[in-house]
Design a protein around this ligand. Structure first.
Ligand code: PMP
Length: 419
């Protein structure tokens, strides 16, 4: 016998929850990637869907050492205790040196540690966007950024550095939508999802536009360390500082992450920007989660200081081979009319299908008939265009899976084309 109440069914709900939710909640939708990832447990599926690091490449031994050290002796008290919202000071000091090596002279007051760069995107949306303000974003853009910003009920306009739109056109369109332009958001290196890297000239154009509109620039640098070919292009923040003289005068806000280099599970990222922006973010962090997990920050600090460069070398060499293999396989297996990007780094190849074909329809067919998964491109477009695009990630499949999976995808394309 038990006194526990019977499990309620959905029809027992007394409250009309949606009528109580704030209007901003209507813009919060399940991410297509997350929903999809739930379907990928079947061992026969070859997945090019998740943009996640290969767990076999995590620096596990260095983390074990870091955690041991953090939990040994008097340091344990600190590792398990509440901490400051700005972040663990030795880690911020390491980040200052890292940012200097990227051409960004700065101090610890220019750095806040966040719980992944995703939290930084949420905070920046919260800090800048009043409902109906406009965010300039690329078409396509990282869908997690769009989800983070959506909660603040913005409008979007297309950021295209080489379009011939005048700055005044952006301002006029934003005013028509009931707000003003607040920032331009972009991933300048090996973007998620396009894989593309902006040339220095394009970065200068973005900064010109931002100056003319007098808005902030959010530089999402999640993949920046993963370069496989070619010369590094200066960060937007360093180009901005070269124009204005110091980080305190810069309009660019740089969002970094350890997720793609060391490990995403610890949720450690950072923002580097003018101290005026950082001090606001510190207040937001106090109000939202007080600080990022101290133990995680201490262990990331240990691992970054002991193996960062070696780790980058290791993952770059593995991911470079996988990228090469994916490009070769696409060449071998894709029917005519399908095109794709050739990324210099990162984790993604962006595929464009012939006009009229639909990425979501292709996904359904390739899961059903070929057991291969990817992400249809539409969700990455703020205007819901891009139906004939898709994102392939090469980070988590080994080379024979890449050959096999792209072969199957080619068959699925032909199958859908044949209909
Ligand atoms: N920006 C981009 C472009 C990403 O692809 C991701 C993760 N997929 C993030 C930010 C967020 O990463 P994290 O919160 O793990 O740092």
């Amino acid at each position: 016998m038990t006194n526990a109440p019977a499990l309620a069914s959905q029809s027992d709900a007394r409250l009309d929850w949606p009528s109580l939710f704030a209007t901003r909640s209507t813009r919060m939708k399940a991410s297509e990637i997350r929903e999809l990832l739930k379907l990928l447990d079947k061992p026969e599926v070859i997945s090019f869907a998740g943009g996640i690091p290969d767990p076999a490449l995590f620096p596990t031994e260095a983390f074990r050492e870091g955690l041991n050290q953090a939990l040994t002796g008097p340091a344990a008290g600190q590792a398990l205790q509440y901490s400051v919202s700005e972040g663990y000071l030795p880690l911020r000091e390491w980040l200052v040196e890292r940012m200097k090596s990227l051409g960004v002279p700065c101090g610890v007051d220019n750095i806040i540690v966040t719980s992944g760069s995703q939290q930084a995107l949420d905070y920046l949306g919260k800090l800048f966007l009043s409902p109906s303000d406009t965010a300039l974003v690329t078409w396509p853009s990282y869908m997690g950024a769009l989800s983070a910003f959506n909660a603040y009920e913005p409008e979007y306009d297309r950021l295209a550095p080489f379009s011939n739109r005048e700055p005044g056109d952006y301002a006029k369109m934003a005013a028509e939508k009931g707000g003003v332009v607040k920032f331009a958001y972009m991933s300048a290196d090996f973007a998620n999802p396009s894989g593309e890297t902006l040339s220095q000239a394009a970065r200068e154009r973005v900064l010109d536009l931002a100056e003319e509109l007098d808005i902030a620039v959010i530089e999402d640098a999640a993949y920046q360390s993963l370069r496989y070919d070619g010369e590094e292009v200066a960060t937007l923040l360093s180009l901005d500082i070269a124009r204005c003289g110091s980080i305190e005068a810069a309009r660019t806000i740089y969002c970094g992450s350890f997720s793609k280099t060391l490990a995403p599970g610890l949720r450690v990222g950072w923002v580097c920007a003018s101290s005026k922006v950082i001090s606001k973010l510190v207040l937001m962090k106090q109000a939202s989660d007080l600080h990022s997990a101290t133990l995680n920050q201490i262990s990331i600090n240990h691992v970054a200081r002991s193996v960062f460069d070696v780790q980058i070398e290791k993952i770059v060499s593995v991911y470079r081979s996988r990228r090469d293999r994916m490009l070769q396989a696409l060449e071998a297996h894709m029917p005519e009319g399908v095109t794709w990007t050739r990324p210099d780094g990162g984790m993604f190849v962006w595929v464009t299908l012939p006009e009229g074909m639909d990425g979501a329809e292709l996904l359904a067919a390739s899961l059903k008939h070929e057991n291969v998964a990817f992400v249809p491109g539409k969700a990455f477009f703020a205007d819901c265009s891009g139906a004939n695009t898709l994102r392939l990630s090469f980070s988590c499949a080994n080379e024979s899976q890449i050959d096999e999976g792209v072969g199957r995808l080619g068959r699925a394309v032909r199958l859908v084309q044949g209909h």
